[in-house]
Design a protein around this ligand. Structure first.
Ligand code: ADP
Length: 486
């Protein structure tokens, strides 16, 4: 099978959040299972090309009309762990991606619409026999109507969209459709936002036009059909429910492996977890924290955005310290007000060596060291499509404490209520509920070391690798192709 995946993130060369891990892990597993897959990305100035095995210009003579102007498309080809990647931009001076940021520019709508149009042109011209075009999030959603509305389509690929987070929909001025040449009234009507009728909603357009849609956990697939979590798209999702499925994300078991992780001071594995204590000591030393082996070390690794439960994170920090634990918060906020609040909190805690707030938006090595060194991780999300930090923590023997929502509810099972117990869970999105759960975790850690060890083991034993999830994706791809050849 031939698959072209179009994404705006790829781990580790262009990572903002979980989308990068998924683009890399899923594509690599699909390749490992014997399929021909390439990934198409924007050619960001900030690409960490040192991770690539090769990176060179890919000669083409592609040209597109975007915003009534002709653009010559520049393509580079690269290899990453055997995966074929293509990187796209417009020729200077109209380059869209030679800036320092992946997201957050004022013209994001324009940049990613250009990318969608250019990526589709590239696929059709250079890979005309692909069976599946796999698009991700609103940034590449326009590919669905662009492909389906062509007057004389030469290929017969199927379009699969994956929704990683419904919170981001790409609600833009309708002029964006004219810019990419989708000027037919009937098309524009299909792409209109359901609330703001003078705007288009790119994610909605992908839901309407795609042959199939996945989202990143079964629980989230159900949640987004409700007004509470549907973010205004619940009705359209319900209407299209027959072509939507939740498939749990995996993690890359080569990248995330405490047995061989090159970022770690010591290696460990299931049935030989003692060296994890040395990873804890390493991180305590690195961050100038008291070197206490029996003090619970709690971490939180996330983008500091409302979805992640900002007020609960704050109260968890003070509660952990009050209970005599250590806390490391690692992440940063794209929202200035939230970042200022946390800067303030960091200032207040500067004399407390048991609390470390590290505002680095991306440091892969430190992330690995934290997962290995911690005893517990908190994920108090208000909503969480899948969540990867709890999966990585389970792999590293770090016990997750999570709110029962989305993928967190599909992967973490409470010690009190499940035979598959691997962590602690709670339902109410409130600080008291989280504090109570932290209290239960501390109690078990201090007073029932055997049970604690068992919890670590049952988490490490679980399999959240990409293998099974990739097979589910492939099953859908096969079904879609079979339908079209009937
Ligand atoms: P989201 O996609 O909403 O950001 P996920 O839990 O799905 O959340 O994925 C987050 C990914 O980003 C994980 O791989 C996590 O380790 C990583 N991550 C978050 N913050 C940082 C950081 N500051 N440095 C390195 N990796 C980070």
């Amino acid at each position: 099978m031939k698959i072209a995946c179009v994404s705006t993130e790829m781990s580790p060369i262009a990572k903002v959040g979980g989308l990068a891990d998924v683009s890399f892990g899923l594509s690599k597993e699909i390749m490992t299972q014997g399929h021909d897959i390439c990934v198409i990305l924007p050619n960001y100035a900030s690409l960490k090309t040192s991770y690539l095995d090769s990176f060179e210009p890919y000669p083409t003579d592609l040209e597109i009309t975007f915003s009534k102007k002709k653009h010559q498309i520049l393509v580079w080809a690269g290899k990453l762990c055997g995966l074929t990647l293509f990187f796209i931009d417009s020729k200077a001076p109209s380059s869209f991606f030679q800036t320092d940021q992946i997201y957050g520019k004022q013209n994001d709508g324009q940049r990613f619409s250009f990318f969608s149009l250019a990526a589709l042109k590239f696929i059709e011209q250079c890979h005309p026999t692909v069976d599946i075009i796999h698009i991700n999030e609103w940034q590449t959603a326009l590919i669905a109507p662009l492909y389906k509305e062509q007057a004389c389509r030469k290929s017969s690929a199927k379009i699969m969209t994956t929704i990683h987070n419904l919170n981001y929909q790409g609600i833009l001025s309708t002029s964006v459709l004219n810019k990419v040449g989708l000027s037919k009234k009937s098309t524009q009507l299909k792409c209109l936002d359901l609330k703001k009728h003078n705007k288009v909603n790119l994610l909605k357009s992908a839901i309407v036009y795609s042959d199939f849609i996945t989202t990143v956990s079964p629980r989230y697939a159900d949640e987004i059909t409700t007004p509470g979590q549907g973010m205004g798209l619940d009705k359209i999702i319900l209407e299209n429910k027959r072509k939507i499925k939740g498939i749990l994300n995996g993690i890359d078991y080569e990248v995330w492996n405490p047995k061989s992780d090159s970022a770690l001071a010591e290696h460990y594995q299931l049935n030989h977890t003692q060296p994890k204590a040395l990873c804890k000591k390493f991180i305590q030393k690195l961050l100038n924290m008291p070197l206490e082996s029996r003090t619970p070390l709690v971490i939180c690794i996330c983008r500091l955005v409302p979805q992640k439960g900002i007020s609960m994170i704050k109260s968890a920090i003070s509660h952990v310290l009050k209970m005599g634990g250590q806390f490391i918060l690692f992440g940063s906020s794209p929202i200035p007000k939230i970042q200022e609040d946390f800067d303030q909190l960091k200032l207040q805690l500067q004399d407390n060596p048991s609390a470390k707030l590290i505002f680095d938006s991306y440091n892969e090595e430190l992330a690995h060291q934290l997962y290995a060194g911690a005893d517990m991780i908190i994920c108090p999300s208000i909503f969480e499509p899948c969540g990867l930090t709890q999966l990585i923590s389970l792999r590293y023997g770090t016990v997750p404490i999570v709110r029962l929502t989305g993928g967190l509810a599909n992967t973490v099972f409470d010690i009190n209520s499940s035979s598959k117990a691997n962590g602690f869970t709670y339902l109410e999105p409130t600080s008291p509920a989280l504090k109570k759960t932290l209290g239960r975790a501390f109690n078990l850690y201090h007073h029932e070391p055997k049970k604690w060890k068992k919890l670590i083991h049952s988490g490490m034993k679980m399999d959240f690798s990409w293998k099974k999830s990739a097979q589910e994706y492939l099953k859908i791809f096969h079904r879609l192709i079979k339908k079209s050849t009937k």
